[in-house]
Ligand binder design. Structure first.
Ligand code: MLT
Length: 329
């Protein structure tokens, strides 16, 4: 009885201190954190996560360990976060696939609009349509002309339904009015390996991991999906320049479980901002054609706003592309 009363007093005391109070966040973190990457190692999300984790870990004074939870176009990793404690020790880096998933999966089991606590936006950039070096097309114009007649014989790799590379393949099919044979991987890291070795024909990947392979002469670059050419790929035209309506801008954001105390989220947002201001990270981003958002958009609120807007945007886009929701496996 006495023990119960003491316990009640302690709990009441903790509540009175305010679970989301800055005082509580002062001690955070006292142990290593986990950053879930919802795709395979070696891909663009993994690359961005490792850059962030190293820098944010230094700021927070604790190591941030990367955990690759790949599968079902990034939804397996998102589910891993849903089941984590809301204490700020488990984070998820994800990209616009989180927003596109409700349009493509009918059994997510969560409401993307409210299930996660956004910490902040990370990077934004285009996709690059690339092909294996043995493809006969020498440039984007020749490739799209070839794809219009040979699409059924062409294999297009992607990182699972709803991933950036899959969405890009869907938009490309729609723009050309053709169907490709799709090959799904657990991330574009392994998909890119197979493109380099010539086992698949085409991959529309984020510039982050496409640029180094193009610069190394391992694959062909046909078009970028941005309104303007990339500084680091000056010779590669935009899809629009060669008459193909293929526009796509990707973005990554960092998330904690819903219910994480506000003061902890603020501390994580501060650490993220420090990483985004870092000169080395800025240079690494620039070298692969990606960039941070304008500083005004580094808030938790701006991230939430973008997530909501993108959920609506991809619902319309996928309907227009004739994509029916399916079960996540
Ligand atoms: C990855 O890291 O594999 C990518 O972000 C996958 C994709 O969305 O295409």
């Amino acid at each position: 009885m006495m023990l119960k009363t003491t316990r009640r007093i302690v709990i009441a005391g903790v509540l009175a201190m305010g679970l989301g109070s800055p005082a509580m966040a002062q001690g955070f973190p006292t142990k290593p954190l986990i950053m879930i990457v919802p795709f395979a190692a070696g891909g663009p999300s993994d690359l961005i996560a490792r850059l962030l984790a190293e820098n944010m870990g230094r700021t927070l004074g604790q190591q941030i360990v990367i955990e690759n939870v790949a599968g079902a176009g990034g939804t397996a990793g998102a589910k891993r976060l849903l089941n984590a404690e809301a204490d700020g020790y488990t984070l998820l880096i994800h990209h616009l696939a989180l927003a596109a998933a409700p349009a493509l999966y009918d059994n997510l089991g969560y409401d993307t609009k409210t299930a996660f606590a956004p910490i902040g936006l990370v990077n934004t950039g285009p996709m690059v349509v690339t092909g294996k070096s043995a493809l006969s097309a020498a440039d984007g114009k020749a490739f799209f002309a070839f794809a219009k007649t040979q699409s059924d014989k062409m294999t297009v790799a992607h990182a699972g339904v709803g991933s950036n590379s899959h969405l890009c393949a869907v938009l490309m099919s729609q723009a050309l009015g053709v169907k490709f044979t799709q090959v799904a991987y657990r991330g574009t890291g392994p998909a890119m390996n197979d493109l380099v070795s010539g086992q698949v024909d085409v991959l529309c990947d984020q510039s982050t991991t496409a640029v180094p392979q193009i610069e190394g002469g391992k694959i062909k670059a046909f078009a970028v999906t941005s309104p303007d050419r990339l500084d680091v790929l000056k010779d590669t035209p935009t899809a629009r320049e060669i008459g193909v309506s293929l526009d796509m801008t990707i973005w990554h954001g960092l998330y904690a479980p819903k219910g994480t105390p506000a003061a902890v989220l603020d501390k994580l947002n501060d650490a993220l901002k420090t990483a985004l201001r870092d000169k080395t990270i800025g240079e690494r981003f620039k070298a692969v054609g990606t960039s941070t958002f304008p500083e005004a958009d580094w808030t938790r609120e701006a991230h939430q706003k973008r997530l909501l807007a993108e959920i609506d945007k991809w619902a319309v886009a996928m309907k227009a592309a004739g994509q029916a929701p399916q079960a996540a496996k």
